[in-house]
Ligand binder design. Structure first.
Ligand code: NAD
Length: 477
């Protein structure tokens, strides 16, 4: 069992001011896989003070020198990717193959995109050709608190840390208490890359402790948060007294609108996307809306696709799905499945309880509900598990209305071979992202939502801009 109670503050590994043990549970086995310590106010203060002291020099470091250090960080990250994959798989249950490819790979891709974006970024540019003496100067916001979730841990950490580094911010990272091990490894990599002391600091803790201390701290200038809408709301309130910049990446309840003229892989693609990472993705296409003409056929196809999804231990190689992260999530998902049944949705496959052959571990049966109506709880609430809801629609207008009938606005999906219809849909769907016909976003495209899915944009040049203030200077010579 791993014991890692220290925090990374001011370029050194330090003991917590008042150690408070926290067990990290392996969701595949329900066994304790690590013990960390949760920080308290003294640890938070020390980390913020280090970040504040390091800020002037880091902000003044030429962008090309900062980029060179990030290139070094990428090199170290690549050399330790297997350790990282093992940590992610153990602490949050992503199958090891997924952890190696998508989970660790996402971090790598983000770093490369940030390096490219940073190289072309102009931190000081004229307002226009005509008004050349009015300059737009981009300056780092200052000390950033970075608070991340457990579901795609290295994806979230690199999106925040590397953007902040490029921008010239210093930072305190508080990773999820469910997935601290990969964050601790990342801190070792920052250290090995030679990022100056105090620029990056890490304190473990929970939301009510270190999380709240950071968001309320008078010396923190900005909070960049990814997690639930519930925590995002609390953070906005906590940060309000000190008028911090608050960047929120929150929950989602994506609609996947499948028209009758969609390609023949559209349904299976949507199902597999939903099941990926055991359904624990904020951008999961969790509501499949299908045009009535192909509805029955789509439900059958979805069931046939799910029948091929294997559930297994995250440590085993192979293309199965793993458990969900913890007991709380497991129970929440079970409750929502029960609710789907009691509210009258048609259970097509899966259902309550663990899959056959499992009596330990937080494994959930891949589940499909059909005939789900917008008034049902499973249509409205983010389930965050391998549960797909399918509903029919009769017209393009109804599809739009149903897709937008949610408090969330992160990602929506459209499947049709009619280009004009796809483009029309892309404009009227209320979300930060629309993915059409399974086409992935290009590298460095912005990731983020609207409505209760949040307000920031991460990735590439958009992510860097979030950590910058804009200063207008007139009379520049
Ligand atoms: P969570 O909100 O419970 O926790 C996220 C982080 O916030 C953790 O580090 C936690 O300790 C901290 N936290 C919790 N309450 C806090 C508070 N009051 N003040 C400060 N910090 C606090 O979320 P989770 O269960 O870890 O992650 C799942 C959620 O994250 C889902 O809702 C998912 O949709 C969302 N998510 C969103 C995105 C996105 O980009 N929009 C990406 C991944 C996950």
């Amino acid at each position: 069992m791993i014991e890692k109670r220290q925090f990374y503050i001011n370029g050194a590994w330090v003991n917590p001011a008042a150690p408070r043990d926290h067990n990290v549970i392996d969701p595949s086995t329900e066994e304790v896989c690590a013990v960390i310590s949760l920080g308290d106010q003294a640890d938070t203060d020390a980390a913020v003070a280090a970040a504040k002291a390091a800020w002037p020099a880091w902000a003044a470091t030429p962008a090309e020198d900062r980029i060179a250090l990030i290139e070094k960080l990428l090199e170290v990250y690549m050399s330790r990717s297997e350790e990282m994959a093992q940590a992610i798989s153990t602490e949050m249950g992503a199958p090891i193959d997924l952890a190696r490819t998508a989970q660790v790979g996402a971090g790598m891709a983000h770093m490369k995109n940030f390096i490219n974006a940073a190289k072309g970024f102009d931190f000081n540019k004229p307002l226009s050709e005509k008004f050349n003496d009015t300059r737009i100067i981009y300056e780092p916001v200052g000390v950033a608190a970075l608070i991340t979730p457990w579901n795609w841990p290295m994806n979230q950490i690199t999106l925040k840390v590397v953007a902040a580094l490029v921008a010239g911010c210093t930072m305190v990272l508080k990773p999820s208490e469910e997935s601290p091990l990969d964050a601790l490894l990342f801190a070792e990599m920052v250290d090995a890359a030679g990022i100056p002391a105090g620029v990056f600091n890490l304190v473990n803790g929970d939301g009510t402790g270190v999380g709240t201390q950071l968001t309320a701290h008078k010396d923190v200038d900005m909070v960049s948060f990814t997690g639930s809408t519930r925590a995002g709301t609390a953070i906005s309130k906590s940060a309000a007294d000190t008028v911090k910049k608050v960047h929120l990446e929150l929950g989602g309840k994506g609609a996947n609108v499948i028209f009758a003229d969609a390609d023949d892989k559209a349904v299976s693609r949507g199902v597999m996307h939903m099941m990926n990472n055991s359904g624990q993705s904020c951008n999961a296409p969790s509501r499949m809306l299908v045009e009535r003409a192909i509805y029955d056929q789509a439900v059958e196809q979805a069931a046939a696709t799910v029948a091929k999804v294997q559930v297994g231990n995250a440590h085993d190689e192979g293309r199965h799905i793993g458990p969900v992260v913890n007991e709380v999530q497991f129970n929440k998902i079970q409750g929502l499945i029960e609710k789907g049944i009691s509210e009258g949705a048609r259970l097509v496959t899966g259902g309550p309880g663990r899959p056959d052959g499992f009596n330990r571990g937080f494994y959930v049966r891949p589940t499909i509900f059909a005939d789900v109506t917008p008034d049902m709880t499973i249509y409205r609430e983010e389930i965050f598990g391998p549960v797909l809801c399918i509903s029919p629609f009769d017209s393009e207008e109804e599809a739009v209305e149903m897709a937008n009938d949610t408090v969330y606005g992160l990602t929506n999906y459209v499947q049709t071979q009619d280009g004009a219809k796809a483009n029309r849909m892309a404009r009227v769907l209320r979300s930060g992202m629309v993915e059409m016909n399974g086409q992935p976003r290009g590298p460095g495209a912005p990731f983020g939502g609207i409505k209760q899915s949040g307000n920031g944009r991460e990735g590439g040049v958009f992510g860097i801009e979030d950590f910058l203030d804009i200063k207008a200077v007139s009379g520049w010579s």
